[in-house]
Design a protein around this ligand. Structure first.
Ligand SMILES: Nc1ncnc2c1ncn2[C@@H]1O[C@H](COP(=O)(O)OP(=O)(O)OP(=O)(O)O)[C@@H](O)[C@H]1O
Length: 267
């Protein structure tokens, strides 16, 4: 099996005036099609910076990002827009639905950008609303729906272009615990049934535990990976490749060790 995403020595340093803020200090990992990955860490650890760079929304300071066979850090802005339109779906914490459009029109929007005609795009939108168990609300605008319903519309919108990869930044951050479980169940369902690759950022260890594999970040480094017990995709990768997905882990117990001495390769 070949990875769908490969990241090597990914670094990001923000410059504010004379100050340099290192947000990512060298990430090395592979992700495979059909994996549900959680990037987990406390506030300021570098999760969103990592997601933004994988999605081509920010340029790395150093390093390589291969996604579906393309080196995205070398693309210019218009190539990145086309790349995202064709390969990537986004799920946002605050849903980002357009308030004056109903659910069908919101979901159909990415297809409109692709030039798909109204009848065809509305049909596709309804299909994904059905998949998310929210077809009854197809003609409701966002203010006529609960948070959980809006997020299901948000997921349908991410799916409508049939992307290989879906990025989700704190997708359940605004939901109560019951609705969070419902939305996570649906997210697992789309990963398993449609073989999508889902990369979710969260600060919450319980939400992260829904994923197949957690990458825990502290101070811009991966300090731990956690596999979900019994994960089908992780067993499939192990069986086909003879090893676990490549990740370089920098464990936290660094006292008395020089730089790099305690780095472990987990594969
Ligand atoms: N545009 C920016 N300019 C300067 N510094 C930034 C910028 N974006 C992020 N940072 C800094 O980079 C570090 C990592 O931030 P990031 O937003 O990736 O963390 P996070 O883990 O996603 O946090 P949160 O959960 O609070 O969103 C922090 O120290 C942050 O202050």
């Amino acid at each position: 099996m070949e990875p769908i995403i490969s990241v090597r020595n990914l670094k990001k340093i923000f410059t504010i005036g004379d100050n340099k803020v290192p947000a990512l200090n060298g990430l090395d990992f592979d992700i495979y099609q059909g994996e549900f990955i959680a990037i987990v860490g406390t506030s300021g650890s570098g999760k969103s910076t990592c997601l933004n760079m994988l999605a081509g929304l920010e340029k790395p300071s150093e390093g390589i990002i291969h996604i579906v066979g393309e080196e995205i850090e070398k693309m210019n802005e218009s190539e990145l827009v086309t790349f995202r339109r064709n390969h990537v779906g986004f799920i946002f914490q605050s849903y980002n639905l357009i308030p004056f459009l109903d659910a069908v029109e919101n979901v159909a929007m990415p297809l409109m950008f692709r030039g798909v005609g109204k009848e065809e795009r509305n049909k596709a939108a309804l299909h994904y609303l059905e998949l998310m168990n929210i077809a009854k609300e197809a003609n409701h605008t966002p203010n006529q729906m609960s948070g959980g319903q809006q997020q299901r519309v948000g997921i349908a919108r991410a799916l409508v272009i049939d992307p290989e990869i879906i990025f989700a930044d704190e997708p359940t951050g605004n939901l109560d615990s019951h609705t969070t479980e419902e939305v996570l169940t649906l997210m697992r369902k789309i990963v398993e049934e449609q073989k999508k690759t889902l990369i979710m950022v969260t600060h919450d260890p319980h939400i992260a535990s829904w994923s197949d594999r957690q990458l825990r970040i502290v101070d811009g480094r991966i300090v731990e990976t956690v596999l979900r017990e019994g994960s089908k995709i992780e067993e499939e990768i192990l069986e086909k490749n003879g090893e676990r997905p490549f990740t370089v882990v920098h464990p936290l117990n660094t006292e008395k060790k020089s730089e790099g001495e305690n780095d472990e390769k987990h594969s």
